[in-house]
Ligand binder design. Structure first.
Ligand SMILES: [Zn+2]
Length: 323
């Protein structure tokens, strides 16, 4: 996926450079049409540069007055452009990104990716793995102040304190994976408690670290499972089983279909655990509900604390608090 995106971007940057060149020629033609003297000065400037290069190549050196003459010509061009109502940079090369001049790379002698290329790459990567418009959600931007700092009923700690701990656990897991004790993460609790946010933030860290992450809703998972079951087309299921880290949001919200749901969930969790690949799941269901909905066989896999880091989200719905 990474390679394909990079190839797409390389092709787009090349396309962009061609468009720049065409735009440049159009700007120049426009200026020359409005003022023939601009064309004359441009030609003279070009000729002077060539003569300078010829001089260097045949050992005579470039004429010493070139910088001064260049300055005069450029000033003349500036005056002519202004007189004919063109912006001062009308004849300058056109670039979408000035830093890399639309090559995507900066730096000498060590070439590195320009910020514009990196941003474009990750924007596309996030979108393709299912992060989309949530890509701005990160640990850095995680705002603890939206959680209540009153003690939770019957507890000696507040929702905010719990969330602070969970944030660190999730961040540390994403930064260390696959060198983590528990390969799976189960986020439990009602909606509006920040589970999905933390999941997105984890996905971002893992993607930046180069892992192949996939995020889907439980509903989409069931669609893929259904396809595999009815048509024998297991392509999507195989992709889910093979992702370095798979994140499934909202387990329990998908319709329960006789056999398919249970069998495919078990398959997925089992296969991934066998392969030692991490799975992050969020659910609104409580432990007992997990057991009745998904059978003991699946629940025991998920609720096994030596395999799975279980985070019990508690407190008030943040969205309701905000409103
Ligand atoms: Zn750039």
């Amino acid at each position: 996926m990474r390679k394909a995106i990079m190839q797409e971007l390389q092709a787009e940057y090349e396309q962009q450079r061609m468009q720049n060149e065409q735009q440049n020629l159009r700007n120049r033609a426009e200026a020359v049409a409005a003022c023939p003297e601009i064309g004359e000065v441009l030609n003279a400037r070009q000729e002077m540069i060539f003569a300078g290069i010829r001089g260097i190549l045949n050992g005579q050196g470039a004429a010493e007055d070139i910088p001064v003459r260049m300055e005069v010509m450029n000033r003349r061009l500036g005056v002519l452009l202004e007189q004919h109502g063109f912006p001062a940079d009308h004849l300058d090369p056109v670039f979408r990104c000035r830093r890399c001049e639309d090559t995507g790379y900066v730096g000498e002698p060590v070439r590195e990716q320009c910020e514009c290329l990196r941003t474009a790459f990750f924007t596309r990567l996030y979108k393709r793995v299912g992060l989309g418009e949530n890509a701005e959600q990160s640990f850095d931007r995680f705002d603890l102040s939206i959680f209540s700092d009153e003690k939770l009923p019957g507890k000696s700690f507040s929702q905010r304190e719990v969330m602070n701990v969970f944030r660190h656990q999730c961040q540390s897991w994403a930064e260390k994976y696959p060198a983590v004790t528990m390969k799976d993460v189960l986020m439990m609790g009602q909606s509006g408690l920040g589970k999905t946010y933390l999941m997105h933030a984890m996905a971002k860290v893992l993607l930046q670290r180069g892992f192949n992450v996939l995020m889907i809703s439980a509903y989409r998972f069931l669609e893929a499972a259904r396809k595999a079951y009815f048509s024998g087309n297991t392509e999507e299921m195989d992709t889910l089983i093979d992702a370095d880290v798979l994140m499934i949001d909202d387990m329990g919200s998908e319709p329960l279909m006789e056999n398919i749901t249970i069998v495919q969930w078990f398959n997925l969790i089992n296969e991934r655990q066998l392969k030692g690949r991490g799975t992050v799941i969020s659910t609104n269901l409580m432990e007992a509900e997990l057991r009745t909905h998904y059978t003991e066989r699946i629940a025991s896999r998920l609720l096994n604390t030596s395999q799975c880091m279980i985070l019990q989200f508690k407190g008030d719905d943040v969205r309701r608090r905000k409103a």
